[in-house]
Design a protein around this ligand. Structure first.
Ligand SMILES: Cc1cc2nc3c(=O)[nH]c(=O)nc-3n(C[C@H](O)[C@H](O)[C@H](O)COP(=O)(O)OP(=O)(O)OC[C@H]3O[C@@H](n4cnc5c(N)ncnc54)[C@H](O)[C@@H]3O)c2cc1C
Length: 444
C-alpha cells in the first residue's frame, strides 16, 4: 500500500503500548475519516493483522466539547473490537451518582405542565435491566484520546480530505483535496454525515447521497455539576435526566466523574428549514431563554447556567439503497447518520467496525474484499437503517409529538420502555456468525 510520505503524517502521537502483532494479510484498507467510527475500525483491523492507512481531513484528531453516552450494545462492541479499548474506556467512564441508579438510562421529569405530569413531576425511569450497565457517559475528547492511543501513529495521515475515488485494476485510488493520491486494495468511508465517499458509492445524482435537515436543533453546553446541584438538588443534577415538554426536551448527563454536566436542549425549528451552510453556531443564553420561556422552574434553572451554548442543526441521511460499490464501502455516520435521540449513533459506528474488521479477517486475499463488503451491507444495513427511522420517531415522542401518543402518559411510557430494547439487546457475535456463514456459503 502506498502511503503519502509528507510531513502531515502524525509522529507526535503516543506510541502504541499494547503488544499487537505484525500485519499478516496481503491486502490493505484505506480508512477515510478518523472520528469514532474510523478510529474504531483502525483498531479492529490492527488487532486482526490487516494492513490499513487512515486519512483524516483535519490537521489533528478532534471531537466536539461534549459528552457521548453508550448503551450496553456499544460497550459490548468496544470489547469485541479490542478488549483493551473497553478497558481504557471503563477507566474514564462516569456513571449516575446514585448507586441504585446504576442501571438507569434516564429518569424522565415533566419539564412543563402537560399530559405527562405537572412541571417537575418524575413520571418514568428507563432502565437497561440488571446485569448490564445503564447510562455510561464520557467526555468525547477523552474517549477520542483512548481510541488514538491504540492506533500506531505511522498509519495515520492528516490534512487529507478525500474528494474522489477511482477503481483501479487492483483496488482503489483516493484523490485528496491537496492534489495528492493514495491507493489501497479497498476503501472504507468513515467520513461522517457530510461524506464524500457516500457520493461515490450512491452516485452524486442520488438524493440519498446528501444529508437532510430533520427540522430540529440542539443547544449544547457543559456545566459545573456543583452549580447545577445547588439549583436542582443532587438527585436531578448528578444522574442522567430528561425534562420532557411540548415541542422540546432537555437532557442532562454527568461526565468527567461527575464534575461536569453535559446538557443538550432540543427544539423544533418552526419553518423546518436550515439555510446556513454552517451546522454549528455560537449562541448566547438569551436564545435559549426565549426558546424555553414557557417551561417549568427546573428547566429555567438549567438554562440560567448555559452561558455560551453552541446550537447544532440536526441532520440525518435518507435511506441508502446500498452501503458498498465495488471495493468501496461506507461505515458509521457516512452510511447511516441518524438523529441523536437514541444516543446510539457512535455505538453503531463501533458495531460496524467490529463486523467490518471481523469479516475482512475472514478474507484470504483482495479478491474476497467485495464479498466481505456485500455481506457487511447485508448484515448491517437493516439494523442501522432501523436506527435512523426509530431515532426520528423517538425525537417526536420526546417532544410530545409521537403519532397517536402525544402527551398520553400511559402510551408514552409504554413506547419509551420498548423503544431502546432492540438496540441494547443485540447479540453482535451471533450476527457475525450469520455473516461469516453467508460469506463462506455458496454464491447466489
Ligand atoms: C447532538 C448530538 C449528540 C449525540 N450524542 C450521541 C450519544 O450520546 N451517543 C452516541 O452513540 N452517539 C451520539 N451522537 C451521534 C454520534 O456523534 C455519531 O454517530 C458519531 O460521532 C459518528 O462517528 P463517525 O466516526 O462515523 O463520524 P464523524 O464523527 O463525523 O467523523 C468523521 C471524520 O471524518 C473526517 N472527514 C470528513 N470528511 C472527510 C473526507 N472527505 N476525507 C477525510 N476525512 C474526512 C472528519 O474530519 C471526522 O474526523 C450524537 C450526535 C449529535 C449531533
Amino acid at each position: 500500500m502506498r502511503c503519502p510520505s509528507d510531513s502531515s503524517t502524525l509522529n507526535s502521537l503516543p506510541k502504541m503500548t499494547s503488544p499487537i502483532p505484525q500485519h499478516e494479510k496481503r491486502f490493505s484498507i484505506a480508512i477515510i475519516g478518523g472520528g469514532i467510527g474510523g478510529l474504531s475500525l483502525a483498531i479492529g483491523l490492527h488487532k486482526r493483522h490487516i494492513p490499513f492507512h487512515l486519512y483524516e481531513a483535519a490537521h489533528a484528531f478532534a471531537e466536539v466539547g461534549a459528552g457521548v453516552s453508550f448503551g450496553p450494545n456499544s460497550l459490548r462492541a468496544m470489547g469485541l473490537v479490542h478488549p483493551v479499548l473497553l478497558e481504557r474506556y471503563m477507566e474514564h467512564v462516569t456513571y449516575n451518582a446514585t448507586p441504585s441508579k446504576r442501571h438507569t438510562w434516564f429518569d424522565y421529569y415533566a419539564g412543563m405542565d402537560s399530559g405527562l405530569g405537572k412541571a417537575e413531576e418524575h413520571f418514568h425511569e428507563l432502565t437497561t435491566g440488571e446485569g448490564v450497565l445503564g447510562m455510561c457517559c464520557t467526555h468525547r475528547a477523552v474517549f477520542l484520546d483512548q481510541l488514538v492511543s491504540l492506533v500506531p501513529s505511522e498509519t495515520v495521515s492528516f490534512k487529507k480530505r478525500a474528494v474522489g475515488i477511482e477503481e483501479t485494476s487492483n483496488g482503489v485510488r483516493i484523490i485528496f483535496e491537496d492534489g495528492s493520491e493514495g491507493s489501497a486494495s479497498a476503501a472504507v468511508g468513515c467520513d461522517g454525515v457530510k461524506s464524500n465517499v457516500r457520493k461515490w458509492v450512491l452516485g452524486k445524482d442520488d438524493p440519498a447521497s446528501y444529508p437532510s435537515f430533520t427540522g430540529r436543533y440542539a443547544y449544547r453546553s457543559i456545566l459545573p455539576t456543583d452549580q447545577a446541584a445547588n439549583l436542582l438538588g443532587d438527585e436531578a443534577a448528578r444522574n442522567s435526566v430528561m425534562w420532557i415538554g411540548k415541542q422540546g426536551h432537555i437532557l442532562t448527563i454527568p461526565i468527567e466523574k461527575g464534575e461536569l454536566l453535559n446538557v443538550v436542549a432540543y427544539k423544533p425549528k418552526k419553518d423546518g428549514k436550515w439555510d446556513d451552510e454552517r451546522w454549528v453556531l455560537s449562541r448566547d443564553r438569551k436564545h435559549v431563554e426565549d426558546d424555553y420561556a414557557d417551561w417549568g422552574d427546573s428547566v429555567k434553572k438549567i438554562v440560567s447556567l448555559m452561558e455560551k451554548p453552541d446550537v447544532w442543526a440536526i441532520f440525518d441521511h435518507p435511506p441508502a439503497h446500498t452501503y458498498y460499490k465495488g471495493r468501496t464501502c461506507l461505515s458509521g455516520d457516512a452510511a447511516h447518520a441518524s438523529t441523536p435521540h437514541h444516543g446510539a449513533g457512535a455505538g453503531m459506528a463501533i458495531e460496524d467496525a467490529y463486523i467490518m474488521a471481523s469479516l475482512l479477517a475472514e478474507v484470504e486475499d483482495e479478491k474476497g474484499i467485495e464479498d466481505a463488503f456485500r455481506v457487511f451491507d447485508f448484515v448491517r444495513r437493516p439494523r442501522t437503517q432501523r436506527l435512523v427511522n426509530s431515532s426520528r420517531e423517538t425525537g417526536k415522542l420526546l417532544d410530545c409529538e409521537g403519532e397517536d401518543i402525544g402527551e398520553d402518559r400511559e402510551k408514552w411510557i409504554a413506547k419509551m420502555t420498548e423503544s431502546h430494547r432492540w438496540i441494547w439487546e443485540k447479540n453482535l457475535e451471533e450476527d457475525l456468525e450469520v455473516a461469516i456463514g453467508v460469506l463462506k456459503g455458496p454464491k447466489a
